[in-house]
Design a protein around this ligand. Structure first.
Ligand code: PLP
Length: 355
């Protein structure tokens, strides 16, 4: 299959503006292809960015048959552009598709589409330190029908837009509230899939936590309300005694983050021990209080690493590392970014050049 390129004339193309904010400005082009039962995927194209026309009964609008992904293109010092583990994203996209009874895409073709799209819109990849071009692949069910059931037609699309450095004010810790009532995902449910409904369902708690004065919510497992799962829309890590990094083992309701996986592989090469385990929130809070836990941080594509300076549970605040960013979070942040931006060796073969 080939991708039909319907590009804007050079004179009508834009470029990354001086100032921009994540998720609100978009590059000139997008990728789309459509799926119909019987015919499979077809009409792959890169075309000018623009609105879709959808039937008001399109299944996605009523029953949320939708999946998405998130990854970034990084400007190297030599002017070239890197993607980070796009094959891992494509594989996760297909796992999400399976769970939501949507057709899989050809992973190699999907990555090729990302490369061609980013290459065409390379003027939109910012050059500032820590900035990137955010890439958002998604798939929606387009069949017009209100009867509940998997759709017969789908739209797969990719849009991109510039994202500034996640920490314009410095690498500062956030505060986290442990949700004792509301749950993000349940084992057997769809928490492992990057599907829109999970995020709509989390908004209520995010607002509540913000009203209490905290930045993020820490999610516990839905069955016992006892085991740590994630923080906001990130995975979470705890540093014990400055040397052991523990993160919740994938439980069926945790989104398997590519940043999480990358840190689990990278950290041992930097002299840290890593462990995936079931982490009881009561033990975690006790270990924070005793000082055995020296750092806590979230991890995900957007922030890479997000230090946590304060955790609150049942009305009580627990400070971590004096509320300051710790050395392990900083080291992992620096080392992973260096690989992504092509400033360091890439011993794992994670980086793919677009050019
Ligand atoms: C996307 C996501 C993550 C992080 O995944 P990355 O691949 O590291 O960006 C973690 N948790 C949730 C709920 C997510 O949606």
């Amino acid at each position: 299959m080939t991708i039909q390129i319907n590009a804007l004339p050079e004179a009508e193309r834009g470029r990354c503006p001086e100032t921009y904010s994540f998720g609100t400005g978009f590059a000139d082009h997008m990728f789309t292809q459509v799926y119909d039962e019987g015919r499979g995927w077809h009409d792959a194209q890169i075309c000018p960015f623009g609105n879709f026309s959808l039937h008001p009964a399109a299944a996605v609008l009523h029953y949320s048959q939708e999946i998405f992904e998130g990854l970034k293109a990084y400007r190297r010092k030599d002017g070239g552009i890197n993607l980070f583990r796009p094959e891992a994203n494509a594989a996760r996209f297909n796992r999400s598709a399976q769970r939501m009874v949507m057709p899989e895409v050809d992973a190699g073709f999907h990555v090729e589409a990302l490369k061609q799209l980013v290459a065409l819109d390379q003027a939109w990849v910012p050059g500032d330190a820590g900035a990137s071009l955010y890439i958002r692949p998604a798939m929606i069910a387009t069949t017009p029908k209100l009867g509940l059931g998997a759709a017969a037609s789908y739209l797969h699309f990719v849009i991109t837009g510039p994202a500034g450095p996640y920490y314009p004010q410095g690498f500062n810790p956030v505060s986290v509230y442990v949700s004792d009532e509301m749950r993000r995902a349940v084992k057997g449910g769809v928490g492992e899939a990057k599907t829109g409904g999970n995020y709509a369902a989390s908004l209520y708690v995010s607002e509540e936590v913000a009203r209490k004065g905290y930045t993020q919510v820490l999610w516990l497992d839905a069955i016992e309300g006892r085991y740590v799962e994630e923080v906001g829309a990130m995975n979470i890590c705890f540093v014990y005694d400055g040397s052991l990094i523990r993160t919740p083992a994938l439980s069926g309701s945790i989104l398997p983050g590519i940043t999480r996986d990358s840190l689990l592989k990278l950290a041992p090469t930097l002299g840290y021990e890593v462990e995936e385990a079931r982490l009881d929130i009561n033990e975690v809070m006790a270990d924070i209080a005793s000082g055995r836990i020296t750092e806590v941080f979230g991890c995900g594509t957007a922030a890479v690493v997000s230090p946590v300076g304060l955790m609150a549970m049942k009305g009580r605040d627990y400070e971590i590392n004096g509320g300051q960013t710790g050395p392990v979070a900083r080291r992992l942040f620096d080392e992973l970014m260096a690989i992504q931006y092509g400033d360091a060796e890439d011993p794992f073969g994670w980086v793919t050049a677009v050019d």
